[in-house]
Design a protein around this ligand. Structure first.
Ligand code: SF4
Length: 333
């Protein structure tokens, strides 16, 4: 063997799920120098990928792709899945970004743990083809777990990987993957699913509302969608009111004093309210404060003292609580 021969290097997309773990380990066992990349947005994190990297020893790069993800999310050419999940264009974008990272890593090709036919929208044969075509990396993407179901890739033809040691998994059953994991001694892997907020029906409704009303939402705007009740007071004004103490704490942590209005009950426990990213008229602020009071322990009182802080004011208002049943049509979800 030529000692100077460069080791084959591959960059893999890693979600941290069993399929991506297997695809990386399978290639590493063939002697390929494997590096993973995982992406972060407000909708999914690299947490599972970090655990997978710790467990396998495969190095991981984590890249924040929010600013490239948002324009795609607003208008995905291949459309959305059941909710606001633009899976095909999401995959295509991830591969495109990974493709751009290849020279810096010195990678010969990309790979992922996708299994043909596993997901109805994003992992059919034509979807895998769509993703490859729109990734800017055509001919340089390997799917080790389904490779034998797909036409022989250039990497296999050139002998960079041994096709015989790749797999022919297909469909929704996870039994073959679980068997392979056992054979490879992989016992600690996460349960499938649950990693992407865009597949959550209620979160998706809030995303839709946000994109309809805010031209350039920021990371925190999407993060805020996970907490509290969201109540649209007018086209440009939305109130977020905490449901529990935990909600209140998250909402407070996302409060931006330079742009937001914060509403806190003065004497009796109740929700923290936030009117994000706008400069509402005083009447709207009062309505928001009254709605918050209506969810609090002073809901049956004649009036409730509420502390309001905005970029312009910091004052205590006395409001007549508005009960939840009076505003049910304004609640988003
Ligand atoms: S489930 Fe979410 S992260 Fe996964 S491909 Fe679809 S949009 Fe992307």
């Amino acid at each position: 063997m030529n000692e100077n021969k460069k080791k084959v290097k591959a960059l893999g997309l890693c979600s941290g799920g069993l399929d991506s773990i297997l695809s990386g380990v399978v290639l590493a066992r063939q002697g390929v120098d494997v590096v993973w990349v995982s992406f972060e947005t407000p909708f999914f994190s690299a947490e599972k990928a970090r655990r997978a990297s710790d467990m396998t020893g495969i190095p991981l790069i984590v890249t924040d792709i929010f600013h490239r993800y948002l324009p795609m999310l607003k208008n995905p050419p291949a459309g959305y899945g059941r909710y606001m999940n633009p899976c095909m264009d999401c995959h295509a974008l991830m591969f495109r970004i990974a493709c751009e990272q290849m020279p810096q890593i010195g990678a010969d090709f990309l790979f992922s743990g996708e299994v043909m036919g596993q997901r109805p929208m994003s992992q059919t044969k034509s979807s895998l083809r769509y993703v490859e075509k729109h990734s800017g990396c055509e001919g340089r993407i390997l799917r080790p777990l389904s490779a034998k179901r797909l036409p022989e890739s250039d990497m296999e033809k050139r002998g960079l990987v041994d096709r015989q040691r790749l797999f022919d998994f297909t469909g929704r059953s996870r039994k073959p993957q679980i068997r392979l994991a056992r054979e490879l001694g992989i016992v600690d892997y996460p349960a499938p699913g649950g990693g992407c907020m865009l597949t959550d029906p209620n979160y998706s409704k809030r995303v839709n509302d946000l994109l309809d009303h805010v031209e350039n939402p920021e990371w925190e705007d999407f993060e805020l969608l996970q907490y509290g009740r969201h109540i649209r007071l007018s086209t440009g004004v939305k109130l977020v009111a905490g449901r529990y103490l935990e909600d209140n704490n998250h909402i407070l942590s996302l409060y931006r004093p330079e742009t937001d209005v914060r509403i806190v009950m003065k004497d009796k426990p109740g929700p923290v309210g936030l009117i994000p990213r706008c400069d509402p008229e005083e009447e709207r602020i009062k309505t928001g404060a009254a709605i918050c009071a209506g969810y609090g322990q002073g809901a049956d009182d004649e009036s409730v003292q509420v502390i309001v802080t905005s970029p312009k004011i910091h004052e205590t208002l006395s409001v007549i609580p508005i009960k939840p049943d009076q505003i049910s049509t304004l609640v988003i979800m």
